[in-house]
Design a protein. Structure first.
Length: 533
């Protein structure tokens, strides 16, 4: 819990009309933090001198045109990036204090405990010259000075893997270093800049709230990172961006003849006792009929038979259900049989045993819940036992028992603009059948599209906890990681990567998603491109 304090949070703005993501952020902190929050309207801020440069103006026109094109022609949702007047919002209007830059520098120079969040149009590279007080935080994207103004453009043009957003406390102009308090990583849309920005900026309320709590409780310290001065050429932007739109068009056309299908792959020989021995080449494919997908395999072993629980989805219907099949020691399979179906989509049938009973925690986010089922007649009959959480957008939830506590790991979307691949939240309870789960104080414990979302059961290897995770950076299911846990308790959660697996072009595999193992059987789902006909 956040300690009592007398610090203020001052949101610095230079215009009464600000982007909606900033408004959402201020409202989120008003709701969740017991602090004195003010909006300081600095009405006499001058534009930075380089904005008069021809290079800057040309890029600004190009950037504005892209926003118009993506909004009007491609019909992208621009709500977070559009502007609203703070005086139109009664909750925010009462917080506004109008001031000049000179008065502000004089007033805040002696109030070193305040947290001052830069929501002005002054980029972080000009902060030290403009503001003469301490503890100024800015929202920064990428690792270059160029990204101080043209958010997302460089990443999309260069087809980067991730879109990085950081909360930066200080900028050292001579050394080109920034002091980063906290960072988050999102997937980049390979053609649309506005979509890339929106998904990333949707996480700023979570990111900023966590950074403030950590700062007040002295949990983390800022880390210095170097910035790149290199800027993309205007010519390359004019050439590359249209080519990305053309590439998107060709992909759309190819979908007329081809489709991406989730399949299963398994290895049944010697147990994979050490994850460093994992070799996707040795896995055998299980292809479903072309009208459906098989995904999210979980497995348990009973009387020498492997029982596999999967998501099965008829493509035309678009709603998943839970199916079951078996594999014997010789690799002979039975046909998948439907065992649980609801009025909403179901997937990720996380199966586990506890106190002599068999439970399943499937993904039920379309029902806005985390629902637990109990097996009443193995393996085909199950009943809904309890909703562990409700009114929640949770994805690929997993349960782990450790130190007399049940730990619930789940990826949450806390607003409609976020991706479900980005932020892992951790909860704990003394009992399994509980509706009261304690949130971890570091939530989201991971905010990184490359390794946050769980990809199967946690397991022990050499007395260490290993968590399979999804790498959704380049696209959903781009790869698979195995994360070794360093800290896993009620105050800390830290992991390090010990192995990463990317799909095999030789096996025509495009994506990987869920990995589980029991005894000699290791099973994974994968995505490959197939002809529709």
């Amino acid at each position: 819990m956040m300690k009592n304090n007398t610090s203020n949070i001052n949101f610095l703005i230079s215009d009464t009309c600000i982007e909606n993501w900033k408004i959402h952020t201020i409202k989120r902190l008003l709701k969740n933090l017991n602090m004195n929050i003010k909006i300081v309207y600095v009405h006499d801020l001058k534009k930075e001198s380089n904005q008069r440069a021809r290079y800057f103006k040309t890029f600004s026109l190009f950037y504005t045109f892209i926003g118009f094109l993506e909004s009007k022609c491609f019909k992208l949702n621009m709500e977070l990036l559009n502007c609203s007047c703070i005086f139109d919002d009664k909750e925010l209007e009462v917080l506004v204090n109008k001031n000049t830059i000179d008065n502000l520098n004089s007033l805040l120079n002696v109030k070193s405990d305040d947290i001052n969040i830069n929501f002005t149009k002054v980029p972080f590279s000009q902060i030290n010259q403009t503001f003469k007080f301490k503890n100024i935080w800015s929202i920064v994207t990428g690792d270059s000075l160029f990204n101080g103004t043209f958010y997302g453009l460089e990443e999309v043009i260069n087809q980067s893997d991730v879109f990085k957003i950081s909360i930066v406390q200080d900028y050292q102009k001579k050394s080109k270093k920034k002091s980063v308090i906290l960072s988050s990583f999102s997937r980049i849309d390979k053609a649309y800049i506005s979509k890339t920005i929106s998904v990333g900026y949707a996480k700023i309320p979570n990111l900023l709230e966590k950074a403030i709590k950590n700062h007040l409780n002295h949990i983390t310290q800022a880390q210095n990172e170097y910035l790149n001065k290199k800027q993309p050429s205007l010519f390359s932007c004019f050439i590359k961006l249209p080519l990305l739109y053309v590439k998107k068009l060709f992909l759309w056309l190819s979908n007329i003849l081809f489709f991406d299908q989730w399949i299963l792959m398994f290895y049944l020989k010697d147990p994979i006792d050490n994850i460093s021995d994992f070799d996707l080449e040795s896995f055998k494919k299980l292809l479903p009929p072309k009208d459906r997908i098989w995904a999210d395999p979980f497995v348990i072993k009973r009387n020498g038979i492997y029982h596999v629980f999967i998501e099965e989805l008829i493509i035309k219907e678009g709603k998943g259900f839970i199916s079951h099949f078996t594999i014997n020691k010789d690799g002979v399979l039975t046909k998948p049989e439907k065992i649980i179906e609801e009025d909403f989509h179901m997937s990720y049938p996380f199966v586990f045993e506890k106190n002599g009973s068999l439970y399943m925690l499937p993904e039920t986010n379309k029902n806005s819940s985390i629902s637990l089922y109990k097996c009443i007649e193995f393996p085909l009959k199950w009943k809904h036992e309890i909703n562990l959480m409700e009114k929640i957008d949770a994805n690929d939830s997993s349960i782990f028992f450790k130190e007399d506590k049940y730990w619930l790991l789940t990826n949450l979307r806390t607003n409609d603009f976020m991706s479900c691949d980005d932020e892992l939240h951790l909860f704990y309870s003394d009992t399994l059948l509980s509706k009261t789960w304690n949130p971890h104080p570091q939530n989201p414990v991971i905010s990184d599209v490359r390794n946050s979302r769980s990809a199967g059961k946690l397991f022990y290897e050499n007395n260490s906890i290993i968590r399979p995770t999804q790498n959704c950076s380049k696209h959903y299911g781009y790869g698979l990681n195995f994360q070794k846990n360093i800290n896993f308790n009620t105050t800390k959660f830290d992991e390090v990567n010990i192995k990463s697996i990317i799909p095999l072009k030789a096996k025509k595999i495009k994506s990987l998603h869920t990995y589980n193992k029991t005894g000699e059987l290791s099973i994974i789902d994968a995505q490959q491109r197939r002809l529709k006909f």
